[in-house]
Design a protein around this ligand. Structure first.
Ligand SMILES: Nc1ncnc2c1ncn2[C@@H]1O[C@H](COP(=O)(O)OP(=O)(O)O)[C@@H](O)[C@H]1O
Ligand SMILES: [Mg+2]
Length: 251
């Protein structure tokens, strides 16, 4: 469903992505791993058409047969949120503190599909992300919820329109370890529903937990790609070995 070819991104003289290529299938979780500054978030922003002014993008991003590079903002509005959902690291920065959860999830739906059936869909998606007391959460402001619940709400917003591709940028980094596992489980559920999931992380523990395949990024370049087992059992680059040992030293 997603075919990225020779994607390059630069800001002036600074090359942030260098000929990045990879693909993603339905029902698959691909993790992008790399140290801070390696370009992980830039890949997701490129796919979402959210590269800030001054960034120059080339190469190809094929999504369900459509070329995304160079798409107009108007065309992107029909894709963002509807066909591709995104979850960010820090839910409290993403959610609006001034609006109740209900308004925020509803808006994500009605903007594409209108008010018909919206309330039902919102309740359904909140249950799906493992929220038990749906009514209380719907009527809460973000600050009244725990970090884990807030991230569940963000995943609900990202999936309320039933997109076929879900992107996630370090979605569990800000959470306690026990909560992290539960949230990761939700990405696994999305995969089982047949969605493609592109998950960015700097943590090989996360990769071991959910990924089918891994892409290792260093300074904007792909240094390794393979199944989780290939990469864990026989990492080809020193860089990957170091990332791996950093994970297991910490664990
Ligand atoms: N708007 C921007 N202008 C200039 N450089 C940027 C901009 N956004 C990101 N970068 C640079 O791109 C590189 C990759 O950033 P990023 O994709 O955020 O990496 P990661 O998510 O792996 O930490 C970094 O060197 C960062 O400083
Ligand atoms: Mg990042």
């Amino acid at each position: 469903m997603l075919e990225v070819k020779d994607l390059s991104l630069s800001y002036g003289q600074k090359n942030v992505l260098k000929n990045v290529s990879f693909s993603l299938k339905e029902g698959e979780i691909l993790c992008i791993v790399g140290e801070s500054g390696s370009g992980k978030s830039s890949i997701l922003l490129s796919i979402m058409g959210l590269i800030p002014k001054g960034g120059s993008l080339s190469g190809s991003i094929g999504f369900k047969g459509k070329e995304l590079v160079g798409l107009s903002e108007r065309e992107y509005l029909n894709i963002r949120g509807k066909e591709i959902g995104i979850v960010f690291q820090e839910p409290s920065l993403y959610l609006d503190p001034l609006f109740k959860v209900k308004d925020q999830v509803l808006e994500a739906y009605t903007i594409h599909f209108g008010k018909d059936g919206a309330e039902e869909r919102v309740r359904e998606v909140l249950k799906k992300v493992g929220i038990q007391d749906v009514e209380r959460v719907l009527n809460s402001y973000p600050h009244q919820l725990s970090g884990g619940l807030r991230q569940r709400v963000c995943i609900a917003i990202a999936t309320v329109c039933n997109p076929s591709l879900v992107l996630a940028d370090e979605p569990t980094t800000a959470l306690d370890l026990t909560v992290q596992k539960k949230i990761l489980r939700l990405f696994f559920d999305l995969k089982e529903e047949g969605k493609g999931v592109l998950l960015v992380t700097h943590d090989f523990g996360v990769v071991a937990e959910v990924a089918d395949r891994v892409l290792v990024l260093k300074e904007g370049e792909v240094v390794e790609e393979g199944s989780v087992w290939e990469v864990f059992d026989s990492p080809k680059s020193e860089y990957t070995k170091n990332l791996l040992s950093a994970t297991y030293l910490r664990a």
